[in-house]
Design a protein around this ligand. Structure first.
Ligand code: HMG
Ligand code: MG
Length: 298
């Protein structure tokens, strides 16, 4: 199994979509530039969803045209439907991410659609993306539990992940949206999904609400998953999942990966500075323990 771990930084999107304060567009742009300078290979920069649903990211087009892209870095944006895809393309996006859920209740709350309806909405996106040579990433939410429905069947997650992969997602990110998963469950989930699609196309997206995200990463690494989403300073949450806190902090993930002798192309030092900077800008405590520890030494 490869020692390479790929980290997808989702702070500017998953992190900032949930901020109560109005984050200035300039701060969002500076965050993306600073994350790029840290050496990230993929940064999810914003989302072209309905501004009525997520007003925090209504400046998506300005953000997208404002940052300085680095050659070789992927900058995906979230899109829920063809309108979002067209807005993303008009802004210059070259990679999009579609999102659905393993829970019908969450799908309705988050997108006002059943799971089947979300997949139908994606069909024209895949067609257009193929013609436009645009890469499409996919998300399945609530893979280890749902705030409305409770337990989620592993088979449902596997079926939906496989469907997204077959439809054209080069990678499917499995989201523990409310961070309730524990390692045995995460391992079983990853093993089940790896039965129906290549393990190399699976990513783990663990929110850290119950402090289990790193443990769930370890369980996923053990069974061959090598791509993880994380968020600088542990920013994040989902406006449609009450009480869910941020993603696994990128700094904590990088400390784990490097400490295990694996390679993710990132160093804690610079990330810790960015984590401290954005936490200060947002007026919130840095949620990354590794980030705080490192920053205290500077
Ligand atoms: P709807 O209200 O059912 O849709 O929302 P609609 O088609 O009736 O549209 C309503 C209005 O929005 C219309 O405008 C549309 O034109 C407009 P009006 O006629 O009222 O003036 N509209 C749009 N405007 C801009 N961009 C668009 C767009 N689409 C419609 N793309 C919809 C359906 C899916 C649009 C809505 O529910 C939505 O935007 N939901 C997004 C919610 C969201 O962003 N949640 C957070 C991201 S998911 C997440 O965080 C989980 C993840 O991190 C993984 C994990 O942790 O599990 C990915
Ligand atoms: Mg998320």
């Amino acid at each position: 199994m490869t020692n390479q771990v790929r980290i997808v930084e989702v702070g500017p999107r998953d992190g900032l979509q949930n901020e109560k304060m109005n984050v200035p567009t300039g701060v969002k742009i500076e965050l993306i530039n600073r994350l790029t300078a840290c050496g990230h290979s993929a940064i999810e920069v914003t989302s072209f969803v309905s501004p009525k649903w997520v007003p925090q990211l209504s400046d998506a087009a300005e953000v997208f045209s404002g940052f300085t892209p680095k050659s070789g870095v992927r900058y995906p944006v979230l899109v829920p439907n063809l309108v979002g895809y067209e807005r993303a393309r008009a802004a210059g996006a070259t990679e999009v991410a579609v999102f659905t859920a393993a829970s019908e209740a969450f799908s309705e709350k988050n997108t006002n659609a059943t799971i089947a309806q979300t997949l139908e909405r994606f069909q024209p996106i895949f067609e257009r993306a193929k013609a436009d040579k645009i890469a499409v990433r996919g998300y399945v939410s609530c893979v280890l539990g749902c705030p409305y429905q409770g337990e989620i069947a592993i088979d449902d997650v596997a079926r939906i992940a496989r469907t997204l992969h077959l439809m054209g997602c080069y990678e499917v990110s499995l989201g523990d949206t409310i961070g309730v998963g524990t390692p045995n469950k995460a391992r079983a989930l990853m093993l089940a999904v790896a039965q129906v699609m290549p393990a190399s196309a699976i990513a783990g997206h663990f929110h850290d609400t119950y402090g289990q995200a790193l443990a769930n990463v370890m369980a996923s690494l053990e069974v061959g998953v090598r791509v993880f989403d994380s968020s600088i300073a542990g920013l994040g949450g989902c406006p449609y999942a009450k009480g869910a806190t941020g993603n696994l902090a990128t700094e904590d993930l990088v400390y784990l990966v490097n400490g295990m002798g694996m390679d993710c192309g990132l160093e804690l030092g610079e990330l810790a500075q960015v984590g401290a900077w954005i936490s200060h800008k947002l007026g919130r405590e840095n949620q990354s323990r590794a980030g705080r520890a490192q920053f205290a030494k500077l």
